[in-house]
Ligand binder design. Structure first.
Ligand SMILES: O=C(CO)[C@@H](O)[C@H](O)[C@H](O)[C@H](O)COP(=O)(O)O
Ligand SMILES: [Zn+2]
Length: 190
């Protein structure tokens, strides 16, 4: 089997292996939409490929997904090079998202964190500050949930994608993001 067809097969298997996450994905979409309806916003962060996922979701909220609807407030915390480099330089990379959550988070907002391992220190710190700000958390998590799962609260939603391979988990995260967009489009037009 070629490397490419092996990748296609493993990716498809990994997606089907995570279909049990349906009810949690729906709960996450409802939770995010309820925040929008109440005047809240979604802050989104992740590292590397997950930073790209954060921006992908933000663009689909701020602009649109499939249908014509109002613009929705989804802000990626991964895009401002000046802010990211000054926090990393003056403090520590572990604070690059948490300081933005501290500045922007208001009670009723939601923080969506995207991590395949649950072990990124800047994600954990962002979650801690979100809790201090009465911002609830939706985690697109992976592997065994890492250090992130134990620090999530009862109002948070922990979506743990099964798998050992970072790339395969990211592919499922991408699908989950599109499911959330699809549901938000439906809620918006109902
Ligand atoms: O996209 C990839 C691998 O596919 C990488 O850039 C990956 O996102 C980075 O190594 C991240 O730093 C991993 O962070 P995390 O998912 O463990 O929180
Ligand atoms: Zn990648």
């Amino acid at each position: 089997m070629s490397i490419i067809s092996q990748h296609f097969k493993e990716s498809a298997a990994s997606i089907l292996d995570n279909a049990h996450l349906e009810s949690q994905i729906e709960a996450a979409a409802k939770h995010i939409y309820a925040s929008f309806e109440a005047g809240g916003k979604l802050l989104i962060c992740g590292n590397g490929g997950s930073a790209a996922d954060a921006q992908h979701l933000s663009s689909e909220l701020l602009n649109r997904y499939k249908r014509e609807r109002r613009e929705l407030p989804g802000i990626a915390l991964t895009t401002d090079g000046s802010t990211l480099t000054s926090i990393g330089n003056d403090y520590d990379y572990s604070q690059v998202f948490s300081k933005q959550v501290s500045a922007l988070g208001r009670p009723g907002d939601v923080l969506l964190v995207i991590t395949t391992s649950g072990n990124s220190a800047n994600i954990a710190r962002a979650v801690e500050v979100a809790h201090e700000k009465s911002v609830t958390v939706v985690a697109l998590n992976g592997k065994a949930g890492g250090k992130l799962s134990p620090i999530l609260g009862s109002d948070d939603i922990d979506i743990i994608v099964k798998g050992d391979v970072t790339a395969r988990i990211q592919e499922v995260h991408g699908l989950i993001i599109h499911c959330i967009c699809e549901l938000i489009d439906i809620y918006e037009l109902d």
